[in-house]
Design a protein around this ligand. Structure first.
Ligand code: GDP
Length: 427
């Protein structure tokens, strides 16, 4: 069977930890979208890791880690990441790379940087990893698939020339930068081929066979529902779908095989990049939550930049869970809230004087003001607690209130960054 692990919010919900935890009982973990622009932070017996491209199952020797066809594959970054974990004593993971994955080209990264520079204060807050230019090219049908490295050399060279012609028009005229060196680009691709060679295969066929044999497959999503290009806060979204449904496409598995959708939802909010963020808080209140948040503060795993902070948003999370097709909610980072006397929660959006609990499109979202309700805090450290009944009463009330508001069952509660910091709740 296939289980998807995806985010309900703006990303950084703790999907990496939940995936790493669920990977204990899984055979294969697949990344199905996104690229090296966002990261998952994982704490386990080997140390603390920020993964960007590798699936969060790489720490086990019983799992196979797949880079699916839907991923924006940055080849050097992938191998840097493999080295960064093996250098810390993690055994070399079993990795497979889809022959249908497309590669982030050096000029995608340049274009990302140049465009953000050009936009100046109107920029999207891109991590400048080349993801938007990459996906634009994929859908303009001028991307480079891994399989093409194994095709006819002359055709590859001809394609490089054809693509360079288009790219150079923008590079030279719009950005006033040097044109692409075609020979250099070809050599870079040949380097990529050498690096990828031992890992490339038809991963969709591999998964099909594995599923027939009864193996358990995890699909690991990047970012969250609200960053989905269709269902999120367009245009302040990422460039590939963050939804579990896309897992079927980005991994190449039948949609009917996805039996469980674990939507990871953080006990407060954080976001990176620009865009409406209704329950956002500022000043000292935000600084304190940011400092105490996650494991060592809410700062980007890829960029180190401070995340925007806010209270839990029931409107956004209810929508985020619905659009994922949630079967289970994993409610994370709850331990962080133990310092608060009262915990505000956003229970509605006031848009032009009307209160709604339905998440609107971006145009209306920009006008929304949060309707807050304060719940009593529990004022203690809940780390180490293993049973739901042992949580303080106000903490259980917080969970149950949120569960009722979002309308999906919270079956897992994460009360610390480690693999074992989890409370299962039978619903
Ligand atoms: P992801 O991209 O969804 O995997 O999320 P990130 O890795 O960016 O952010 C989650 C952060 O919170 C990481 O630093 C995790 O180690 C940490 N984390 C995950 N679950 C918990 C938890 O229950 N409690 C605490 N304190 N930290 C957690």
């Amino acid at each position: 069977m296939v289980k998807a692990i995806v985010g309900a919010n703006w990303g950084d919900e703790g999907k990496g930890k939940i995936t790493d935890m669920l990977a204990q009982d899984a055979d294969i973990i697949v990344r199905f979208q996104g690229g090296a622009n966002a990261g998952h932070t994982i704490v386990n017996k080997y140390g603390k890791f920020a993964l960007h491209t590798l699936p969060s199952g790489v720490f086990y020797d019983h799992t196979t880690s797949i880079i699916g066809n839907g991923v924006a594959l940055n080849v050097p970054k992938l191998f840097e990441e493999v080295k960064s974990i093996t250098d810390k004593g993690v055994p070399m993971p079993k990795i497979l790379v889809s022959d249908r994955a497309q590669m982030v080209m050096p000029y995608h990264i340049d274009f990302d940087k140049f465009e953000e520079e050009r936009l100046g204060k109107n920029s999207f807050g891109s991590t400048k990893s080349g993801i938007a230019p990459f996906y634009s090219d994929k859908y303009s049908k001028i991307g480079f698939q891994v399989s093409e490295l194994y095709g006819d050399i002359d055709s590859l060279k001809a394609k490089i020339a054809r693509v360079a012609e288009i790219k150079n028009a923008m590079l030279v005229n719009l950005y006033h930068k040097p044109a692409i060196n075609e020979d250099e680009l070809f050599n870079t691709l040949m380097e990529y081929k050498k690096m990828l060679d031992p890992f490339v295969c038809d991963t969709s066929a591999f998964l099909w066979k594995a599923l027939k044999e009864g193996k358990t497959v995890l699909l690991e999503g990047q970012l969250g529902s609200l960053k989905d290009p269709d269902h999120g806060i367009y245009p302040m979204v990422t460039s590939s779908s963050t939804l579990a449904a896309y897992g079927a496409i980005g991994a190449g598995v039948p949609p009917y095989e996805i039996k469980q959708i674990v939507t990871v939802c953080k006990a407060y909010s954080s976001a990176v990049g620009a865009g409406a963020f209704v329950s956002e808080i500022f000043g000292d209140e935000a600084d304190e939550l940011r400092r105490r948040g996650g494991d060592g503060g809410e700062y980007g795993a890829t960029t180190g930049r401070p995340r925007r902070m806010g209270w839990f948003d029931c409107v956004a999370s209810k929508y985020g869970c619905r659009i994922q097709g949630t079967t289970d909610v994993a409610f994370t980072v709850l331990d962080v809230l133990g310092y608060l006397d009262e915990i505000p929660v956003c229970v509605g959006y006031d848009i032009d004087g009307e209160v709604t609990t339905d998440f609107p499109t971006t145009v209306k979202l920009e006008k929304a003001k949060p309707v807050l309700k304060k719940l009593p805090g529990w004022k203690c450290d809940i780390r180490g607690i293993k049973k739901y009944e042992d949580l303080p009463e106000n903490c259980r009330k917080y969970i149950e209130f949120i569960e009722e508001q979002i309308g999906f069952p919270i079956t897992m509660i994460s009360n610390g960054p480690g693999r074992d910091d989890i409370i299962y709740r039978n619903k």
